[in-house]
Ligand binder design. Structure first.
Ligand code: ASP
Length: 346
């Protein structure tokens, strides 16, 4: 293969277990630098790719948030024309939030942004990190027979599957297959080969060069997770959170919530105040069918919007993104239920 034909891939290292090392005193895993990570994957040199990297201060992904997402998205946008694909190394704990946030921040993305990490540090004998990193690089370099990037979206590669980023959820703290997209098919199955499901892959229709970067995320959003026995005072306290603009309400089953008058009145008053409330299900599979049960229909009548089959991670980052664009509550209400980048089934 000539040099010109070599795929060019940029690795962005943000931290996570994949690059961690055990602190000999506390015996806890701590983020470590990129050189250590790459030294542990000598097989990378066997790939005929031109690989560059950017290292951020490595963190446990529990510390990841809007600033970190903006840094990653900006790095991708700044180097967009120089590379065929991007691999983001990230902790698994908040990987699904980062994948969702990046999908909104990188509008009209037409190149692969493959996020991966591992359950065991790369230095451990049984690590899943080496395989995940190599496969992520191969996916980032994969092309269609016509020479276009095979993946043109933000995706999570973990063990045997490639999932759409804004459809993914971390399902296991222990298994190597840690992620799943419960409401959308896998984009690829990884076995002896990498088998892409071309019907599931996102295809952008705009001019491929027109990446639009949006890095402002509004933090004035929160989850409201229902549980049986939820009290009126808890509800009042949470809904009165100063400055709150958007709430993702995690309800039961097909989008149902208590039918108590105090509960519905509190919701109605909050919506009337201009707060956007989105209904998503606590079930990981399926979604909100607002009119199936009277208990769900009452929420709709109070002005709560159905998040349909969006993940909690996609719903909360979508609210951050839409308010971050400076839109009015009315505009956010009309966009939250529309498909921006494959995150919702209409
Ligand atoms: N706590 C780690 C992180 O999210 C877990 C992992 O990477 O798997 O950074």
């Amino acid at each position: 293969m000539s040099d010109i034909a070599k795929p060019r891939i940029l690795i962005i290292y943000t931290g996570g277990t994949i690059g961690m090392i055990e602190n000999p005193e506390t015996r806890s895993l701590e983020p470590f630098d990129f050189t250590h990570l790459i030294d542990n994957v000598p097989k990378i040199k066997m790939l005929e790719y031109d690989i560059d990297n950017i290292q951020f201060t490595p963190i446990d992904s529990s510390d990841m948030g809007p600033e970190g997402w903006a840094e990653i998205a900006t790095a991708i946008a700044d180097h967009y024309d120089e590379y065929d694909g991007f691999v983001v190394l990230h902790g698994t704990d908040t990987m699904a939030y980062t994948a969702s946030a990046l999908s909104f921040m990188l509008q009209d993305l037409s190149k692969p942004v493959i996020i991966t990490g591992s359950q065991l540090p790369i230095g451990e004998v049984r690590t899943d990190g080496e395989e995940n990193l190599i496969t992520a690089l191969q996916i980032a370099a994969a092309t269609t027979p016509a020479g276009a990037p095979m993946v043109q979206e933000v995706a999570i590669l973990f063990e045997n599957y490639l999932w759409r980023g804004n459809r993914s959820t971390k399902m296991s703290a222990d298994n190597f297959n840690a992620f799943k997209s419960n409401n959308y098919p896998g984009l690829a199955r990884i076995g002896l080969g990498i088998h892409f499901d071309e019907a599931a892959l996102r295809r952008v229709t705009t001019d491929p060069k027109r990446l639009r970067l949006h890095t402002r995320m509004d933090r004035d959003v929160m989850f409201l997770d229902l549980n049986p026995g939820f009290t009126q005072s808890t509800m009042q306290h949470l809904l009165a959170t100063p400055g709150i603009k958007g709430i993702v309400m995690r309800t039961y089953g097909a989008g149902n919530a208590p039918t108590d008058t105090w509960f519905l009145e509190a919701i109605r008053r909050t919506v009337d105040r201009g707060v956007v409330i989105v209904n998503v299900s606590q079930c990981v599979n399926g979604g909100v069918h607002a009119r199936r049960y009277a208990a769900g229909d009452l929420l709709t009548r109070c002005g709560v919007i159905s998040g349909r089959d969006m993940t909690s991670e996609a719903a909360i980052t979508k609210l951050m993104y839409l308010f971050g664009l400076g839109l009015t509550p009315h505009q956010v209400r009309s966009l939250i239920g529309t498909d921006l980048c494959g995150e919702i089934t209409i």
